[in-house]
Design a protein around this ligand. Structure first.
Ligand code: GTP
Length: 137
Protein backbone atom coordinates (compact mmCIF):
# COMPACT_ATOMS: atom_id res chain seq x y z
CA UNK A 1 0.00 0.00 0.00
CA UNK A 2 1.12 3.52 -0.61
CA UNK A 3 2.07 6.06 2.09
CA UNK A 4 1.69 3.58 4.94
CA UNK A 5 5.23 4.27 6.16
CA UNK A 6 7.40 1.50 4.65
CA UNK A 7 10.35 3.79 3.96
CA UNK A 8 9.96 5.46 7.37
CA UNK A 9 10.00 2.08 9.15
CA UNK A 10 13.26 1.07 7.45
CA UNK A 11 14.85 4.43 8.22
CA UNK A 12 13.65 4.34 11.83
CA UNK A 13 15.15 0.86 12.22
CA UNK A 14 18.50 1.85 10.77
CA UNK A 15 18.95 5.27 12.37
CA UNK A 16 16.74 4.82 15.47
CA UNK A 17 15.20 8.16 14.58
CA UNK A 18 12.01 9.11 12.76
CA UNK A 19 12.95 10.88 9.49
CA UNK A 20 11.37 14.32 9.10
CA UNK A 21 12.01 14.18 5.41
CA UNK A 22 11.46 10.81 3.81
CA UNK A 23 12.69 9.90 0.32
CA UNK A 24 10.24 7.96 -1.79
CA UNK A 25 12.45 4.89 -1.53
CA UNK A 26 15.67 3.89 0.27
CA UNK A 27 18.53 1.87 -1.21
CA UNK A 28 18.56 -1.86 -0.56
CA UNK A 29 20.43 -2.66 2.63
CA UNK A 30 21.73 -5.76 4.35
CA UNK A 31 21.70 -5.78 8.13
CA UNK A 32 24.74 -7.83 9.21
CA UNK A 33 24.08 -11.07 11.07
CA UNK A 34 25.78 -10.02 14.30
CA UNK A 35 23.34 -7.17 14.94
CA UNK A 36 20.16 -9.13 14.22
CA UNK A 37 18.37 -11.08 16.96
CA UNK A 38 18.31 -14.35 15.02
CA UNK A 39 21.93 -13.93 13.86
CA UNK A 40 21.16 -14.08 10.15
CA UNK A 41 21.97 -11.38 7.62
CA UNK A 42 18.76 -9.61 6.66
CA UNK A 43 18.31 -8.00 3.30
CA UNK A 44 15.68 -5.26 3.20
CA UNK A 45 14.24 -4.06 -0.09
CA UNK A 46 12.03 -0.98 -0.04
CA UNK A 47 9.38 -0.42 -2.62
CA UNK A 48 7.33 2.63 -3.38
CA UNK A 49 3.63 2.57 -4.08
CA UNK A 50 4.32 5.60 -6.27
CA UNK A 51 6.19 3.27 -8.66
CA UNK A 52 3.14 1.21 -9.28
CA UNK A 53 0.28 3.68 -9.55
CA UNK A 54 -2.35 2.54 -12.05
CA UNK A 55 -0.76 -0.92 -12.10
CA UNK A 56 -1.70 -4.15 -10.46
CA UNK A 57 0.39 -6.11 -7.98
CA UNK A 58 0.33 -9.88 -8.49
CA UNK A 59 1.56 -12.03 -5.63
CA UNK A 60 2.38 -15.33 -7.30
CA UNK A 61 2.83 -18.53 -5.36
CA UNK A 62 2.98 -22.18 -6.21
CA UNK A 63 -0.13 -23.92 -4.86
CA UNK A 64 1.67 -27.20 -4.18
CA UNK A 65 4.73 -25.75 -2.60
CA UNK A 66 6.02 -23.79 0.33
CA UNK A 67 3.92 -20.83 1.31
CA UNK A 68 5.48 -17.48 1.94
CA UNK A 69 4.79 -16.42 5.50
CA UNK A 70 2.98 -13.10 5.79
CA UNK A 71 3.13 -10.54 8.55
CA UNK A 72 0.47 -7.88 8.95
CA UNK A 73 2.05 -4.61 10.03
CA UNK A 74 -0.15 -1.84 11.38
CA UNK A 75 2.04 1.26 11.26
CA UNK A 76 1.29 4.78 12.61
CA UNK A 77 -0.03 3.46 15.92
CA UNK A 78 0.90 6.87 17.39
CA UNK A 79 -2.12 8.34 15.60
CA UNK A 80 -4.73 6.26 17.41
CA UNK A 81 -5.50 5.72 21.05
CA UNK A 82 -6.78 2.20 20.82
CA UNK A 83 -5.38 -0.96 19.32
CA UNK A 84 -6.99 -2.29 16.13
CA UNK A 85 -6.22 -5.91 17.03
CA UNK A 86 -9.93 -6.75 17.33
CA UNK A 87 -10.29 -6.15 13.60
CA UNK A 88 -7.08 -7.96 12.71
CA UNK A 89 -7.50 -11.15 14.73
CA UNK A 90 -10.39 -12.58 12.66
CA UNK A 91 -8.30 -11.99 9.51
CA UNK A 92 -5.36 -13.80 11.10
CA UNK A 93 -7.56 -16.73 12.02
CA UNK A 94 -8.92 -16.96 8.50
CA UNK A 95 -5.59 -16.98 6.69
CA UNK A 96 -3.08 -19.49 8.03
CA UNK A 97 -0.31 -17.93 5.93
CA UNK A 98 -0.35 -14.94 8.28
CA UNK A 99 2.33 -15.75 10.81
CA UNK A 100 1.79 -12.78 13.03
CA UNK A 101 0.59 -9.22 13.19
CA UNK A 102 2.15 -6.25 14.89
CA UNK A 103 1.16 -2.67 15.56
CA UNK A 104 4.03 -0.25 15.43
CA UNK A 105 5.01 3.35 14.83
CA UNK A 106 7.97 4.56 12.82
CA UNK A 107 7.39 7.93 14.48
CA UNK A 108 7.43 6.94 18.13
CA UNK A 109 9.83 4.04 17.37
CA UNK A 110 7.36 1.58 18.87
CA UNK A 111 7.87 -2.11 17.99
CA UNK A 112 10.29 -1.35 15.14
CA UNK A 113 12.98 -3.88 16.03
CA UNK A 114 10.23 -6.32 17.04
CA UNK A 115 8.71 -6.06 13.58
CA UNK A 116 11.95 -7.00 11.85
CA UNK A 117 12.52 -9.75 14.43
CA UNK A 118 9.08 -11.23 13.68
CA UNK A 119 9.92 -11.11 9.98
CA UNK A 120 13.14 -13.07 10.56
CA UNK A 121 11.35 -15.53 12.81
CA UNK A 122 8.58 -16.09 10.27
CA UNK A 123 11.18 -17.24 7.76
CA UNK A 124 13.40 -19.21 10.13
CA UNK A 125 10.76 -20.84 12.31
CA UNK A 126 7.40 -20.64 10.55
CA UNK A 127 4.50 -21.97 12.62
CA UNK A 128 2.07 -22.44 9.75
CA UNK A 129 2.04 -25.52 7.52
CA UNK A 130 4.71 -25.38 4.84
CA UNK A 131 2.69 -27.40 2.39
CA UNK A 132 -0.88 -27.19 1.29
CA UNK A 133 -2.96 -29.44 3.56
CA UNK A 134 -4.95 -31.00 0.74
CA UNK A 135 -1.92 -31.54 -1.48
CA UNK A 136 -2.30 -34.53 -3.79
CA UNK A 137 0.35 -37.24 -3.54
P1 GTP B 1 5.29 5.08 -0.71
O1 GTP B 1 6.76 5.08 -1.04
O2 GTP B 1 4.54 6.18 -1.38
O3 GTP B 1 4.67 3.73 -0.96
O4 GTP B 1 5.15 5.40 0.88
P2 GTP B 1 5.74 4.61 2.13
O5 GTP B 1 4.85 3.46 2.50
O6 GTP B 1 7.18 4.32 1.95
O7 GTP B 1 5.53 5.71 3.29
P3 GTP B 1 6.54 6.82 3.79
O8 GTP B 1 7.59 6.24 4.67
O9 GTP B 1 6.96 7.64 2.61
O10 GTP B 1 5.57 7.66 4.74
C1 GTP B 1 4.39 8.31 4.25
C2 GTP B 1 3.98 9.41 5.22
O11 GTP B 1 3.58 8.85 6.46
C3 GTP B 1 5.13 10.39 5.53
O12 GTP B 1 4.58 11.70 5.61
C4 GTP B 1 5.64 9.93 6.90
O13 GTP B 1 6.21 10.99 7.65
C5 GTP B 1 4.35 9.42 7.53
N1 GTP B 1 4.59 8.36 8.53
C6 GTP B 1 5.33 7.24 8.35
N2 GTP B 1 5.33 6.48 9.45
C7 GTP B 1 4.59 7.15 10.37
C8 GTP B 1 4.21 6.88 11.75
O14 GTP B 1 4.55 5.87 12.39
N3 GTP B 1 3.41 7.80 12.36
C9 GTP B 1 2.98 8.93 11.72
N4 GTP B 1 2.20 9.76 12.42
N5 GTP B 1 3.32 9.22 10.45
C10 GTP B 1 4.11 8.34 9.78
Amino acid sequence: QTKVGKTSLIMSLVSEEFPDVVPYKVEEITIPADVTPERVPTHIVDYSGSDTQDHVICIVYSVNNKKVPLILVGNKSDLVEHSCMDTILPIMNKYIEIETCVECSAKSLKNISELFYYAQKAVLHPTGPLYCLDQKE
